[in-house]
Design a protein. Structure first.
Length: 490
């Protein structure tokens, strides 16, 4: 190495250095040369500028400690303002420049990671593949950071969502393609931010979560966690379908949930809350393993699951053993119910005929021993259908007891049923004095009566949901000569 000194006007001194570089140093300079179009002078200035900040920002850190730290970051996203400092958001407009900067940063950090970006357009790509190989903890961390960068900074222009992440040995492949803003953000959480919500919740209320976790550990996960309304129904000795727990989880009405999604949600909710030990899904069949020995408890669990599935529009048949409940999808019965409900309109008085035809249909299905429950499903679907039709024809925006009474009076008149309504404070008393479709003492008519009652419950549930409380004073099947119920809106 030789040095030369040039003196200019006695004021400014320029020091010129002639430097011989080894092959190792030339390799390290290549990323800077590439990003500056081969201009050695500008590349060298960039290296010298970065050298000072590199020394200031680096610290001697044991490799095992560093690997532990980035391993603990798995399942967590980087804080957005920190990500902006690490990677320039403006580079989202050029994939080639973004790739060059990432390569340079990896070289500076001596991560020893091979990175390749494949894309269909340099600006706003709709299809992008990231491939990287190297030490597993490091490539996972970089994969998360780069995926978060691409999703976050593409949202306002051409959102990119993550389609899949594949880990093979020491290689990771991440596929991104055009998506909606909402789906793109969800994909980022699904693939890389699974622990974010949990850790934020624990940090918000650490004492609560530490105590809850301790209780689960001490009980060997025999604790049960339930929604307060679900527990209230249990205290009131009601069979509750658990709709509110699932609706809260997905934030949409249970009727809008597909069967496939519904089965996955039942597994998640019932296993996580510890209502069941395990829920196995085989196509559209559910097998629930439970720890309960009390037969009444098992029966209530079975009924609650059937009600939950029926509420989402799917009819199931259940068989139970000492520690297992098997739920089988009865699509044939469900199709017939849909057909009957589709034929029922407010302008028609063929309800009697449709119900009788359905009874004959059920009697032909000898493999279904639980006929009354099938009628429960039919009744509730009919009740909801009648209310929906009335709501549509009369442009009803919200339901109250007065409106509910009015539509039920119309339905009763069509069924030639004699009924009375009376307000008792905040309660509404509903009494049926005479029912045209029921003949007391006939077993077949008892099924019709059961279906009629379930239609009323379906109508009430559609109008008021969980706010409605129904107390039965008398039933015709109990030996009384009339039926009477009390409706209260909470």
């Amino acid at each position: 190495m030789t040095n030369g000194v040039a003196i200019n006007s006695g004021k400014t001194m320029t020091v010129t250095k002639h430097i011989s570089l080894d092959e190792e140093h030339i390799e390290k300079m290549k990323p800077y040369l590439e990003s500056n179009n081969g201009n050695f002078c500008i590349a060298l200035k960039e290296i010298l500028n970065r050298e000072g900040s590199s020394h200031l920002n680096s610290s001697a850190m044991d490799a095992s400690l560093f690997n532990w730290m980035i391993t603990e970051m798995e399942g967590r996203l980087i804080q957005e303002n920190v990500l902006d400092e690490i990677m320039d958001p403006g580079l989202i407009n050029s994939m080639s420049k973004l790739e060059a900067q990432i390569r340079r940063r990896l070289s500076e950090l001596e991560y020893d990671i091979d990175l390749v970006l494949k894309y269909d357009a340099d600006r706003f790509p709709s299809d992008l593949l990231i491939e990287m190989s190297g030490a597993l903890p490091k490539i996972r961390f970089v994969a998360c950071m780069l995926s978060q960068y691409l999703v976050k900074n593409s949202l306002d222009q051409a959102p990119l969502g993550i389609k899949y992440v594949v880990n093979i040995n020491n290689c990771i492949k991440i596929k991104l393609s055009g998506s909606t803003r909402k789906e793109a953000q969800k994909s980022l959480v699904d693939f890389f931010g699974g622990m974010d919500e949990a850790i934020k919740a624990v940090k918000t209320r650490p004492a609560f979560w530490k105590d809850l976790i301790r209780r689960h550990l001490f009980s060997n996960y025999n604790m049960v966690t339930l929604h307060r309304n679900y527990l209230e129904d249990l205290f009131a000795d009601k069979i509750t379908a658990g709709e509110i727990m699932i609706e809260n989880l997905v934030r949409k009405p249970i009727q809008e949930i597909t069967l496939k999604e519904m089965l996955i949600l039942i597994k998640e909710v019932y296993e996580t809350s510890r209502i069941a030990d395990r829920v196995d899904i085989d196509n559209d069949t559910l097998t629930i393993s439970h720890p309960y020995r009390n037969r009444a408890a098992v029966e209530n669990l079975k009924k609650s699951l059937l009600m939950l599935l029926e509420a989402s529009g799917h009819l199931y048949h259940a068989k139970s053993t000492s520690n297992m409940i098997v739920l089988t999808h009865r699509q044939d019965v469900g199709i017939k119910i849909n057909e009957i409900v589709g034929n029922i309109k407010m302008s028609s008085n063929s309800v009697d005929h449709e119900l009788i035809m359905f009874m004959a249909f059920l009697q032909g299905l000898k493999e279904i021993p639980d006929i009354p429950f099938s009628l429960t499903a039919l009744g509730r679907r009919i009740g909801r259908s009648l209310m929906q039709e009335y709501e549509k024809e009369n442009n009803i925006k919200s339901w109250d007891l007065e409106t509910f009474q009015k539509v039920m009076e119309i339905i009763d008149s069509r069924l030639q049923r004699v009924s009375e309504w009376k307000m008792d404070g905040k309660d509404l008393l509903y009494t049926v004095r005479k029912c045209h479709i029921v003949s007391e003492g006939d077993a077949f008519d008892a099924y019709v009566c059961h279906t009629s009652r379930e239609a009323f419950k379906g109508a009430l549930n559609y109008a008021f949901g969980n706010k409605a409380e129904l107390n039965i004073n008398k039933l015709l099947t109990h030996g009384d000569n009339f039926c009477e119920v009390v409706i209260r809106i909470r």
